[in-house]
Design a protein. Sequence first.
Lengths: 237, 237
Amino acid sequence: MGEDPTSVAVTADGARPRLDRERILDAAQAIAATEGIGKLTMRRIGTELGADPTAVYRHFRSKDEMLVQLADRLFGIGPELDPTASWRDQLRAELRFALSRYRAHPDLAMLLAVQPDDTPSLQHIADRTLGLLMDRGLSTKDAGLFFQLIENHVVGTGLYYAMVEHADDPRLRDPEAMRRLYALLPATTFPNAVKASPDLFPDLDETFDLGTDCILDAIERRTQPHPSGSTTTGASS
Amino acid sequence: MGEDPTSVAVTADGARPRLDRERILDAAQAIAATEGIGKLTMRRIGTELGADPTAVYRHFRSKDEMLVQLADRLFGIGPELDPTASWRDQLRAELRFALSRYRAHPDLAMLLAVQPDDTPSLQHIADRTLGLLMDRGLSTKDAGLFFQLIENHVVGTGLYYAMVEHADDPRLRDPEAMRRLYALLPATTFPNAVKASPDLFPDLDETFDLGTDCILDAIERRTQPHPSGSTTTGASS
DNA sequence: ACAACTGTGTCAACGCTGTTGACTTCGGCG
DNA sequence: CGCCGAAGTCAACAGCGTTGACACAGTTGT
C-alpha cells in the first residue's frame, strides 16, 4: 500500500498536505490580496486550506501573532543598493522601494497601523537607511531625527495610498470625482479650496518625490554648509 | 401631579433623558478616550447610556456612519490664525494645531485610517491652508502638491503617535526601551542601527517641526528663487 | 377627545468573529 | 509493536454589528 513514505506528509494522492506556517501565510496573503484585509479571518484561512476553521491555532498562538509574521513577510528586505550611485540616488531608491511596498500591498499600512511591531525586516531596512545617513556625514543625533522623519514620510504617504484604496465610497477613490466635489463647494465659505480644486488630489508618486526632495535638500544643507570639514562623528568604522 | 410638562422628555425625576445623536457621540467619545477605540462598540454605548444595547441604531444607520460623525467632531476647526504673523509662522501654527489634534485624540488617526471620509471640518482646514499657500505666491498646481505633502506629513506623524499610544507591547510605547532593544541587536548584521541606537526614536514633536521646516524651506525657495536677504530660518516665536 | 401615526426603546435572534477545551487521529521513535 | 506528542476536528463560549417584531410615548389630524 505505502508507495512513497519518504515525502513529508501526504495523506493520499497529494490531497491536502499538512499545514505549516508557510502555507498558512501563503493563504493569508492571497486572501488579503484578493479580497482585502477585512475578509482575512482565521476561520477563513482554515477553510481556504481545506481544513478545520480552527486548525490555524495549532500553528499560531493568536491572530495578532500571525499578522505580525504576515507583515514581516510582505515588507521583505528590498534589493541591494548600487554602492557606486550617488548618496542622494541611493537614499532616493531606498525610499522609492519602501513606498512601492505599500503600493504592492495596500493592506500593509493598515496592518502596521493596527498592529505595530518591530521585525527583522524593519530592522534591516532601518540599518541600511541609517548607514546612508551617517555615511553622508550626519551625526547620530541628526541621523536619528531624519530617519524618524523619513519613516513618517513613507508611512504617511503609504497610509494615504491605503486609505484611498480602502475607501468604501468610490468617490474617495477617484481623484477626479473629489476635484469635482471640491469645485462645487460654496465659494463664499471655501474660496481657496474651490479655486485650487482642479489641482487638488495630485498624483501621490509626484507628491512623494517632492517630499523626498525636501528632506534630501535639508540633509545636504546640514552636512555641507561650507566645505570646511567639521565632522562630529570621528569614529566611522 | 404633572408639574412641568414643558421640558422635552423626562421619564421621571430626571432619570434617563432621551437619547439623541449628541448624547450618543458624547458617550462614544468618552469610551474612546478612556478605554481606546478597540472597546468602542455599539452595544457598549447603549449600555453606557443606561439603554438597550441596540438603542443606538435608532439614531445612526450603522457604526460607520457614527464613526464619521465622531471623527468630524474630534477634528474640530481650530483657532483663528493671527493674520499679522508672518506667512511662515501662520502655516507653522496651522500644522502644529493639526498635530495637536492627534495628540489630544490618539484614536483619530486610526479612525480616519479605518474610515476615511471628507467632512466640513476637513474642508475648512483645507481651505485655510490652501489660502496660506496661495497667498505666499504658489501656483494652484504647486499649492495642490504642497497641500497633499503637508497632509501626508501631518497624517504620518499623527499615525506614528497613534501607533505608539496603541501598541499592546509596552516596550513599543517606551522609546528608551526601544533604544535598549536596538542597542542589543547583533552588531555584525546591524552595525548602523546599533551605533545610532542612543539617538533613535527621537521626540516626535521635534521630528515634526523638522519636517515642517523642510517643507517650508522648499516653499520659500520655490516662491523666491533669487535670495534677496530674507531671514529664512530662526523663526522661533 | 379620540384615533392614527411616527419615533424611540426593548427584546430575541441571525450570522459572524477570535479563541478554548476535549476528543480523535496520525506520524515518528524507542 | 506500542507510545507520545503534534496536528486536525468538533462543539462551545463570549462578543460583535445588525435586523425584525413588538410595546410604548408623543405628536398630529380630524
